[in-house]
Design a protein around this ligand. Structure first.
Ligand code: FAD
Length: 504
């Protein structure tokens, strides 16, 4: 692909968040360029597996949810269980059901249930959707921002160098973000001391020998090697996190045998050491450069929130930049991105750190590894501790679906939450009726509907009417959050675009 000289939006980094930002911009009809060094997604580094119900709703909004589900090796109907065991081939201690919103099939709470799917597979679907806006084999080396735009220096693996002029840059270049450094922002927070060691392995016949049945997580509470194991597919590929294992001297084969059971046939496919981090950028933006995803925040993976939070970032900054570039919002609108998204990252870091305070090493008990009588003696107390301490990690819809932009300067008082979802008829989601721009949902004969339509005409804002006879009016933003609800929408759309002084 030829490198363009200029583009409206340049996205640094084509991980899940950079790609999602590009998909949102394309959804809104805005051209962009994603600069990404990796030619291929990292199949053997499948970090995220939990795609939340909210991310699946956003993928549905882009028309991609079905593709992700069709390609996911573990169907949503396969299991919504987390099982706590003393070994994969050993005894069950307890289990938690309805994990990660996987049980929301057909529920009014969400347009989509969650999905267990390896991160590289989601990235692959997003790469296809981004198409020729993805420039692989190049990386961002530096940027210079001025009043009119941003000059971005990019370099190729072969050592070539080019400059691309962009009106805006979104920095989705992960933990070691060049973009974050370029705008003088800094991570604040800390790293957890405990080292973790991920292994992807092949174990033919393990599933058939294992007595615990389908589950998305198997937590192994063996004090000799505590950790979490799961299936990557329904063939023979598995992932595990061995907790408390430093990279130096780690023996992946021994780790897998300790977690899964001695004597099973194992082929190690990849290893990936990591430490949990609780980091939040002290600011998210300059005038024309915005940070999203891990470049802006990092949280421990427990609860499965990392890239899901980044997808929320992508949609928020994406629609706002598009609204400016499409000419229907003032240039000040994207400044509300940080106001709305940074507190959500802070809440997510806090929740994920709380999940991390009790993990398999804390729950493990030597008596679990004893004979049947010893196991049975200690089992009720361990099961009680599991259910008491791990519920929030597996059931976090308050965070996943309940995050709100209440208090933002562009939402009216009493608004800000995600539009409550419901099925209008089986398979017919209220969300499928919403427009790509704003929507007014409710009884279109109410006088406020005409007032909002007039504001939209005046401001050139796309406004989709969704007629629900007898229901109060709700003004819904492109990201499905409520901007205003009530009877008198005087100035409502102006406020939602950050033009309050023009509204009345
Ligand atoms: C063990 C583990 C399990 C996890 N499980 C979950 C889970 O279940 N659910 C969940 O939501 N999250 C999970 N996460 C977190 C998730 O993996 C990250 O939050 C996610 O990858 C962040 O996406 P991103 O696009 O922001 O950053 P990254 O995935 O880090 O992508 C950044 C991209 O930028 C590119 N890049 C780097 N430097 C440059 C440059 N100079 N110029 C251009 N491009 C550059 C990189 O090549 C990369 O593609 C987990 C993490 C771990 C460690």
């Amino acid at each position: 692909m030829d490198v363009p000289e200029s583009v409206p939006v340049l996205i640094a980094g084509g991980g899940p968040v950079g790609l999602a930002t590009a998909v949102e911009l394309r959804h809104q009809g805005v051209r962009c360029l994603v600069v990404e060094p990796r030619e291929e997604v990292s199949w053997l580094r499948p970090r995220a597996k939990t795609t939340s119900a909210r991310s699946m709703e956003l993928l549905r909004r882009w028309g991609l949810a079905e593709t992700v589900r069709a390609r996911a090796p573990l169907a949503v109907s396969w299991s919504d269980q987390a099982v706590f065991v003393n070994s994969l081939l050993g005894r069950e201690i307890t289990r938690i059901g309805g994990c990660f919103g996987l049980d929301l099939v057909g529920s009014d709470l969400a347009a989509e249930p969650g999905q267990q799917v390896p991160q590289p597979l989601v990235e692959e679907v997003l790469r296809e959707a981004v198409g020729d806006a993805l420039l692989t084999g190049w990386q961002v080396a530096g940027l210079n921002e001025d009043a009119g735009g941003v000059s971005v220096r990019i370099t190729s693996a072969a050592g070539e160098e080019r400059e691309v002029r962009a009106q805006y840059v979104v920095g989705c270049d992960g933990p070691r973000s060049v973009t974050r450094a370029a705008i003088g922002a800094r991570y604040e927070g800390r790293q957890d001391a405990r080292p973790n060691f991920n292994v992807v392995f092949r174990a033919p016949g393990l599933a058939e020998r294992m007595p615990h049945g389908p589950a998305v997580h198997y937590w192994v509470l063996n004090p000799a090697q505590p950790g979490i194991v799961g299936r990557l597919d329904l063939k023979d590929t598995w992932w595990c996190i061995a907790q408390g294992v430093p990279a130096e001297g780690a023996d992946p084969m021994r780790l897998v045998h300790n977690l899964a059971g001695a004597g099973i046939e194992v082929e190690i496919l990849a290893t990936d050491p990591w430490n949990a981090r609780m980091l939040l950028a002290d600011r998210y933006a300059s005038d024309r450069v915005f940070l999203a995803g891990d470049a802006a925040h990092q949280n421990p993976p427990y609860g499965g929130h990392g890239f899901n939070t980044g997808i929320g970032d992508a949609v928020n900054i994406g629609w706002k930049l598009a609204a400016v570039l499409n000419g229907w919002a003032p240039a000040t609108l994207p400044a509300t991105y940080e106001t709305e998204r940074r507190p959500i990252a802070a809440d997510t870091i806090e929740a994920a750190a709380a999940n991390m305070s009790v993990l398999a090493p804390e729950l493990a008990d030597p008596a679990l590894m004893g004979d049947e009588a010893e196991f049975e003696k200690v089992r009720p107390a361990v099961a009680e501790a599991v259910l008491r301490t791990k519920d929030n990690e597996f059931h976090s819809l308050d965070l996943v679906l309940g995050y709100t932009y209440a208090g933002s300067p562009i939402v009216a008082e009493g608004a800000g939450e995600r539009l409550p979802h419901r099925w209008l008829s089986p398979g017919d989601s209220l969300y499928d009726r919403l427009g790509r721009g704003f929507s007014v949902v409710g009884d279109q004969r109410a006088p406020g509907a005409a007032v909002l339509a007039e504001q939209a005409r005046e401001l050139g804002v796309p406004l989709q009417a969704v007629d629900l006879p007898g229901e109060p009016l709700t003004l819904v933003r492109p990201d499905q959050h409520v901007a205003w609800r009530g009877e008198d929408p005087d100035g409502a759309l102006h406020l939602a675009l950050g033009r309050p002084s023009e509204g009345k």
